[in-house]
Design a protein around this ligand. Structure first.
Ligand code: TMP
Length: 240
């Protein structure tokens, strides 16, 4: 399948049209941003790692009954995906307190949550992706009740599958962000699953004050070893 004109450029990916109106090609960049684009940088090799990893995760999830946008990997950085209409919600699932959850609710990072939890942000860069609840999402016509119920069901199914998979690699899945799209009336998992969008902590380090991050927090928090962390994740996944 050939790349035609570029139809969109995001912070980490470009999207190209194809000769099939149902499909687009995403091309993963090495660009990294944080704090709504305020911090900018490059993570060498990230695009290749995120492309391969995300595709493997989507293939695994499809086998577990989660519909995804994934179609076919074309090259190190390029993948054919279904052309979805993105639901403008960032869907965040958390197992352990970290990041904005810890800050907002005054809970130490590394505190295990009593149950896995879910939250939604309104995907809107101008507003800084504000946290919203289900009623807000309905009131703003971002999605229907049925769609939100389906998104919640799928998000927890993704958590169950990913938590178990990463546990087997010696990695604790702390939290992650998903995006969903509409494709011919069906809600499907879209965007990516990568160290950009998940918190991965070296197993057993989450209940200490010195957890070891193997994800984009190394970039966000200037911890060093950013490229090494991405390499380590893909190495463990490929080793399976
Ligand atoms: P948070 O604790 O900063 O809200 O992040 C929760 C999870 O969502 C974490 O795994 C990182 C991911 N995330 C994104 O993928 N994109 C974003 O823009 C933000 C803020 C977080």
């Amino acid at each position: 399948m050939q790349k035609l004109e570029q139809i969109y450029e995001g912070k980490a990916k470009k999207v190209f049209a194809t000769d099939n109106p149902d499909y687009v090609i995403v091309s993963y960049k090495d660009d990294a941003t944080a704090f709504n684009g305020l911090k900018k940088g490059t993570i060498a090799g990230k695009g290749v790692i995120n492309n391969k990893m995300s595709n493997m995760m989507m293939e695994m999830l499809e086998k577990k009954g989660v519909p995804t946008h994934y179609v076919e990997q074309l090259s190190d950085r390029d993948t054919v995906v279904k052309k979805v209409e993105i639901v403008p919600l960032e869907v965040i699932v958390r197992n352990v307190a970290a990041g904005s959850f810890s800050k907002r609710y005054g809970v130490a990072e590394g505190t295990e949550l009593a149950i896995p939890t879910i939250e939604f942000s309104y995907k809107n860069d101008e507003l800084g992706d504000p946290l919203i609840n289900t009623y807000h999402a309905l009131a703003l016509r971002l999605a229907t009740k049925e769609e939100i119920d389906e998104i919640k069901r799928l998000a927890f199914a993704v958590n169950d599958a990913l938590k178990e998979f990463f546990k087997s690699l010696g990695i604790d899945l702390i939290d992650f962000k998903l995006e969903f799209g509409r494709f011919h009336g069906q809600i499907v998992l879209a965007d990516e699953i990568s160290p950009d969008t998940c918190r991965f902590w070296e197993a057993g380090t989450w209940d200490t004050t010195k957890h070891v991050s193997l994800d984009k927090d190394r970039f966000r928090r200037d911890l060093g070893g950013v490229e090494d962390a991405y390499q380590e994740i893909i190495k463990r996944i490929m080793g399976k």
